[in-house]
Design a protein around this ligand. Structure first.
Ligand code: C2G
Length: 707
């Protein structure tokens, strides 16, 4: 029964340390010690649960400040008393059988590895199918275990570490694990691998503000990899080791560097380091590589930067062409990137887009209408996927049509959601992002987990950040949003504290004449009061990417029965929702207005709003009419899916209703409800609506467009 020393550097990952320690506490194999390393160990101890502080198997060790993880682990190795060493990072956690399994199966081998699983969440588990409890032997292919470039999740005999005097290189911030693992791989011939011993590796969920080592910038990674490569690449290294390192370098070159080599300055920055390392590559390694890579390597090895620049530009051109001939979209992208983007900017051209071309609506609509009246010297284009009557008859283009890519020539871009990732913002362009709501749900950089299909927190935030970097102007509807936007969007450009253009109409046209005109046009009875039900979407309920499901919980038949004489109801699904609602038997009572372009006009027509976690209520409050919150799934929504910025219980201008009875009651007694929430409503209005003074469009236009 041997002692295992678990070495856990905890710098920067304080918030996860208890999860890591808990997974050790739950181990079936209990003969272990844990060495937790941090440069301010007292501060760390303040966040660690008492049970670990009181248990002397957990040793808390102070390290010097400003050392890299390799140096911290070396301190752990010096201090370790165990027969085995096991590296567990403080943001990760392990299955409860891991130490047992690794210990039981290591036998006479000096090292064994468990299985890795990537996760985004703090609690995740793996299902192990019967018959999969097997041990696989890695010998000639043992370097495959280094695909993650990491020393974690190996149980390693202390004896071999001592006999080799093995330590991590302390000079590199990233890739230092290889300086430990490659020499170790040289000493062993076989490494058993336990399929059932699972190590959960957390994908860094904050690549922008708090990147994990793997998410470090290229400026950090490239010189580190070159340095580690140069240090390890010696003549007496085994063929397997040579191959591993050469392939690592070539892959890094191809996957990470090449894409960055779009301009001369990046090439200048990396070239010298690249030349030194690439010159050490075994020429045989290239035999099975493609022509382009071989050519690149040759050009780098000859150390002539000008030639390499030309070659790199040419390769990029070829790649674009190749992309351009494989698909219709690629062809347009090629024209966009290589042709349109080089044409002159048209100084008076403005491109408007609302909800990805789905509607003529939201703040872009109101900014446009103001410009139409007051800025005769501009030319306007609207992105519209379906034809729609727009005042002034501007040119319309379908999203991703060839003409759409002509946006490259517009001096001004006005949009209320993200533009496509491939949109290249030109220096002469002004991109006005209006955004589409005061945030209740956590946004972008403020989200911990991302539950939308087809992405994860890391990718979502990277893409989002790529987008917000292009924004020149961003509209803030209120002070509260301005603060959140700056942080969550990593936004450092011009914030326009103007209120929402889309709400101008709520101030300027909250009158009988407008309301009855709107009702007339839309064939909504004028002799009854109107309830608007406008819920939001659920991140985890969807048909496919971008098409969300909505499961209607509101009992429309009951509502009709009780209130049909007095009210009608407008059902307004979120623009991401693709579900259809069945309205049989509800004729003359329920109207599906999900396709209606402008929700502001629906607000004007309605007497009561029912919503949930949608930002619609921030805007609706401008009308000072009653708002009810049908929040049947608040626990899940708030806890698991998103998290909120404000306390729904105490800060909303209306009641939280958990079921249909509550809803029926509230409508029945709407006057009492109004009275009860009067004070809160006023506070809410002051906080969120006071910037909306009916002149928002004007202020935005004055700030962004030339006089
Ligand atoms: N919207 C609508 N009908 C709905 C829901 C929303 O027309 N049933 C419109 C409103 O203009 C609303 C906007 O879409 O303000 C944003 O909708 P939210 O439900 O708030 O959801 P989301 O698109 O996730 O945006 O900072 C705001 C957040 O990003 C929320």
């Amino acid at each position: 029964n041997n002692l295992i020393s678990v070495i856990t550097p905890a710098e920067k990952n304080e918030k996860y340390i208890n999860t890591a320690l808990e997974s050790l506490k739950n181990q079936k194999y209990t003969n272990f010690e844990v060495l937790v390393l941090h440069s301010d160990i007292d501060a760390l101890k303040r966040v660690v649960n008492d049970e670990y502080l009181d248990d002397d198997r957990y040793r808390f060790i102070n390290t010097p400040a400003d050392i890299y993880v390799g140096a911290a682990r070396n301190i752990g190795i010096e201090e370790a008393k165990g027969d085995y060493i096991y590296f567990l990072d403080s943001d990760d956690y392990v299955s409860e059988n891991i130490l047992q399994l690794l210990h039981d199966n290591i036998g006479e081998f000096p090292i064994i590895r468990g299985r890795m699983k990537s996760t985004d969440f703090s609690t995740s588990f793996a299902i192990i199918l019967p018959g999969t409890n097997e041990i696989k032997m890695y010998s000639d292919n043992r370097h495959d275990l280094l695909r993650t470039e990491s020393a974690i999740n190996y149980l390693i005999s202390k004896r071999i570490i001592d006999s080799m005097n093995l330590r991590f290189s302390e000079q590199f911030k990233t890739y230092s694990d290889l300086t430990f693992m490659i020499p170790l791989m040289e000493e062993v011939e076989v490494i058993p691998y336990s399929y059932e011993a699972i190590y959960f590796r957390r994908r860094g969920n904050d690549p922008i503000n708090n990147p994990s080592l793997r998410q470090s910038s290229l400026k950090q990674l490239a010189p580190d990899l070159f340095g580690v490569y140069n240090q390890l690449k010696t003549d007496d290294l085994s063929e397997e080791g040579q191959k591993y390192l050469d392939d690592k370098l070539l892959n890094f070159y191809r996957k990470r560097l090449v894409t960055e080599f779009k301009d001369d300055t990046t090439i200048d920055y990396y070239f010298a380091g690249l030349v030194e390392s690439i010159n050490k590559i075994d020429p045989n390694r290239l035999s099975n590589k493609d022509f382009i890579l071989k050519n690149d390597v040759k050009a780098i090895q000859s150390n002539k930067i000008n030639n390499f620049r030309k070659l790199s530009n040419f390769n990029h051109f070829l790649r674009d062409i190749k992309n351009g001939i494989t698909s219709r979209k690629g062809r347009k992208e090629l024209l966009y990137k290589r042709v349109f983007n080089n044409l002159d900017i048209k100084d008076n051209l403005v491109l408007f887009e609302s909800f990805q071309g789905k509607a003529y609506s939201d703040s872009p609509k109101y900014i446009y209408e103001y410009m139409l009246k007051n800025k005769s010297n501009y030319k306007f284009v609207w992105v519209m996927n379906e034809s729609s009557k727009i005042p002034g008859n501007p040119e319309t283009v379908k999203r991703f049509s060839l003409k759409y890519y002509y946006l490259a020539r517009a001096k001004y871009i006005v949009s209320n959601v993200r533009m496509p990732n491939k949109y290249i913002k030109r220096e002469e362009q002004s991109y006005l992002q209006t955004w589409h709501g005061t945030p209740l749900k956590r946004l972008a950089g403020d989200m911990d987990n991302v539950h939308m299909p087809g992405t994860n927190a890391e990718r979502y935030k990277k893409n989002f950040n790529h987008e917000t970097n292009k924004w020149d102007y961003l509209i803030a509807p209120n002070q509260y949003s301005a603060e959140i936007f700056r942080r969550a969007f990593w936004f450092n450009n011009t914030m326009l504290p103007t209120g929402y253009p889309r709400n101008d109409i709520l101030t300027n046209h909250n009158d009988e004449e407008t309301i009855s005109r709107l009702k007339r046009i839309n064939q909504i009875p004028t002799n009854k009061k109107v309830i608007l039900y406008a819920p939001t979407w659920r991140d985890d309920e969807y048909f496919k990417v971008g098409k969300y499901k909505f499961n209607l919980k509101l009992d429309l038949h009951r509502l009709k029965e009780q209130f049909g004489d007095e009210y009608i109801i407008l059902l307004r699904m979120h623009y991401l929702v693709a579900s259809n609602i069945d309205l049989t038997g509800l004729e003359d009572f329920a109207y599906d207005v999900s396709k209606y372009s402008d929700v502001s006009e629906l607000y004007l027509m309605s007497d009561i709003l029912i919503t949930d976690y949608s930002s619609v209520f921030f805007d609706y409050a401008n009308l000072k009419r009653p708002i009810l919150f049908f929040t049947y799934d608040i626990k899940k929504y708030q806890g698991q899916l998103r998290g909120f910025y404000i306390d729904m219980e105490t800060e909303l201008p209306g009641p939280l209703l958990m079921n249909n009875d509550d809803v029926m009651n509230a409508i029945e007694n709407i006057d009492e409800v109004t009275e009860k929430y009067k004070e809160r409503y006023n506070e809410f209005y002051e906080r969120f609506c006071s910037w909306d003074d009916g002149r928002s469009s004007e202020k935005v236009v004055d700030a962004v467009f030339e006089k």
